[in-house]
Ligand binder design. Structure first.
Ligand code: SIN
Length: 272
């Protein structure tokens, strides 16, 4: 479970582990990379505390895991398109990620993982929930699993992004993509439920009414408390989640207080 200096402590049996003994601001050697990558595969979301790193160091950490993804709509730090701004305060009309989702699943090639560092916290609240989509798949009854396996669904960026980040996006086109309802993780080979309430608008093999009913059932199933963990942030905590196997939801319970951070997102591959 731990190398000489790196310690991995699971948060729940199903999802989440806190890793200590790593400074994400330093280049990773191969054995440290392997430990972190394996922990991500095993626990789906991993957490690090007290990471006093710059956005450039966060970007360099992300690059160890692959090319970086540029968000199709959200603002980023000046001169750093890979550093997406996560922010809500007294003037906000939304906070990022308020419903269960897998990041930017509306892209043809959605992100593999997301690395979020929170540097400004409200006095209380602002936790993030993460849920295990392998378990969500495995706990569906066999006839439902058999029905869904092989089906495809539309993930539509319009639903979330139109008018969200700017009032003047007429003429702008947001991504849409069709993905399998059940995807196979490219590293672990395990099957995961891959529909979410932010982006998934329709199961294409079903009638409109059937699709709406099945999606509602699945969205409720994803919320099952036993599939999830709840992360309580501290200043300079970092969370790194695998969008292929986990969904997450940010809790905006701290209005009008401020919560701010930077997200670096690692590019993924086409779901199959
Ligand atoms: C997100 O969905 O990237 C936001 C997560 C959070 O703010 O905790």
């Amino acid at each position: 479970m731990a190398s000489n200096r790196i310690d991995i402590r699971p948060l729940t049996p199903r999802i989440g582990a806190e890793i200590s003994g790593v400074n994400l601001g330093e280049p990773l050697d191969k054995s440290t990379f392997d430990i972190i990558h394996q922990a991500l595969m095993d626990h789906l979301v991993i957490f690090f505390r007290d990471q006093h790193i710059t956005p450039e160091q966060q970007i360099a950490f992300g690059r160890h895991f692959g090319d970086l993804h540029i968000h199709p709509a959200a603002p980023s730090l000046p001169g750093l398109p890979e550093a997406m701004i996560i922010h809500a305060d007294a003037n906000s009309s939304y906070a990022n990620g308020e419903d269960w989702h897998s990041d930017v699943s509306c892209d043809e090639v959605p992100p593999m993982g997301s690395i979020l560092r929170i540097h400004t916290l409200p006095p209380f609240g602002g936790d993030t929930l993460f849920a295990n989509m392998y378990t969500a798949f495995e706990t569906l009854s066999p006839p439902i699993r058999a029905m869904l396996d092989g089906m495809t669904a539309l993930h539509d960026g319009e639903l979330l992004y139109r008018g969200r980040y700017t009032n003047s996006d007429s003429g702008r086109v947001y991504p849409k993509a069709v993905h399998p309802v059940i995807r196979t993780h490219p590293v672990t080979g395990k099957k995961a439920l891959y529909v979410n309430s932010f982006f998934t608008s329709r199961i294409l093999e079903l009638s409109k009414a059937e699709s709406a009913a099945v999606l509602q059932m699945l969205f409720r199933h994803i919320e099952t408390p036993e599939f999830s963990c709840r992360f309580r942030w501290q200043q300079n905590s970092v969370a790194f989640w695998d969008n292929r196997a986990a969904q997450h939801q940010a809790i905006w319970d701290y209005f009008p207080a401020t919560r701010s951070g930077v997200r670096v997102t690692v590019a993924g591959d086409r779901p199959f």
